[in-house]
Design a protein. Structure first.
Ligand code: UGA
Length: 350
């Protein structure tokens, strides 16, 4: 594990209790940074923090405890902002909440970084690229056009909120000298990604892996939205975290840039993913899963206003230039995640 030599640096991670955050904190325990792990809910950190660490956990709601947030940013050197709703069902059911949190609340953190001159790592999303529209081209940070659908497809409110945030961060870089790096994750998967559900209406609607995993464990058909024809490129969370740690160490080199984290080699259609997960589940459990898949129209699954990203191929040449290469191929990513959820078979409604 790499270590930073500067023991005086403090890194404040907002959203530390989430999927990406909990893995980031785990990696940061092996460094000399003083780490502030901040979230409204820190349950996911319980399984990763050893007894004695360089990590201080702080449970707070950034929308309520504003003075404390300002104090934490003032006392840090580096700020990582992971706070967001990043789940398509929420963009459909709560578009105002999505833009309020993902743009306006995040903007406030950006402004505090400007005020106190802190280095900001702003997590964004591959979804800012929007649609591939048959171009079949890797998404490049500096050159790709950002293509979204009409206003009545309100799924795109998330993409637009994140894009606006990126544009404001960029403007603060130019106008006020903000030091920052924007990171665009491409479909990370692994332990702790989402919760399992036995009824999707009970707890909203997690991302596709959790739906498929829940269906496998319950011996129900895996739901294929609009036939599962769209494509995604997956990255194991361990590889994604390794990429972040490399960027963190080399932050001056990439100051005021955007960096994709993703793996073009790990591309699959969602139908292909369902087939792969069934195969891996059978291998891991010795079961003979027979419920198969079921096609569901998106209006029925998500509600009105859903639209889908057709294809997202990351251009990952920037992180590759730091010696990064993914360790997990598509099968290994999902085998690892399936194993974790077989072991931690906890449904939210139980
Ligand atoms: C989501 C977020 O919007 C992104 O911001 C985020 O970066 C990304 O996840 C990620 O994990 O990195 P998306 O890939 O569309 O984007 O999220 P999923 O809910 O996992 O959907 C993937 C595909 O599976 C979509 O085509 C969806 O319609 C389909 N799906 C989903 C199914 O076919 N069945 C399901 O049960 C759930």
């Amino acid at each position: 594990m790499r270590e930073n030599n500067n023991t005086s640096e403090t890194i404040a991670v907002f959203g530390a209790g989430g999927f990406i955050g909990s893995h980031m904190i785990e990696a940061l325990t092996a460094t000399n940074y003083k780490v502030l792990a901040i979230d409204v809910d820190l349950k996911k950190l319980a399984e990763v923090l050893p007894d004695s660490t360089n990590v201080t956990t702080i449970e707070l709601d950034i929308t309520k405890d504003r003075e404390k947030v300002e104090e934490l940013i003032k006392d840090s050197d580096i700020v990582v902002d992971l706070i967001a709703y990043a789940n398509p069902s929420i963009y459909i059911t709560d578009p105002i909440g999505t833009v309020t949190l993902d743009l306006f609340e995040n903007l406030w953190i950006t402004e505090l970084c400007v005020k106190y001159k802190k280095f900001l790592f702003q997590y964004s999303t591959c979804e800012v690229y929007g649609l591939d529209n048959g171009r079949n081209q890797p998404f490049n940070e500096e050159e790709s056009l950002l293509v979204v659908g009409p206003i009545n497809e309100h799924r795109w409110i998330y993409s637009c909120a994140k894009q606006m945030l990126e544009r404001i961060v960029h403007a603060y870089g130019i106008k006020e000298g903000l030091d920052y790096i924007v990171i665009r994750p491409f479909n990370f998967v692994g332990p702790r990604i989402d919760y399992l559900i036995d009824d999707k209406d009970e707890e909203g609607n997690p991302r596709v892996f959790s739906h498929f995993m829940s269906a496998l464990l319950l011996n129900k058909p895996l739901p294929l939205v609009d036939g599962g024809i769209n494509l995604r490129s997956y990255t194991h969370i361990e590889d994604a975290t390794d990429a972040f740690m490399r960027i963190l160490e080399n932050r001056q080199q990439f100051n005021r840039e955007i960096i994709n984290i993703g793996t073009p080699e790990n591309e699959t259609s969602i139908r292909g993913l369902a087939e792969l997960m069934i195969e891996l589940y059978n291998e891991e459990t010795g079961a003979n899963f027979s419920a198969g898949t079921v096609d569901i129209p998106s209006e029925e699954f998500y509600g009105e206003g859903y639209a889908d990203c057709d294809r997202r191929i990351p251009d990952n040449s920037k992180i590759a230039s730091l010696g990064w290469k993914e360790k997990y191929n598509l099968e290994e990513i999902f085998r690892d995640a399936i194993r974790y959820y077989i072991k931690n078979n906890e449904f939210v409604t139980q």
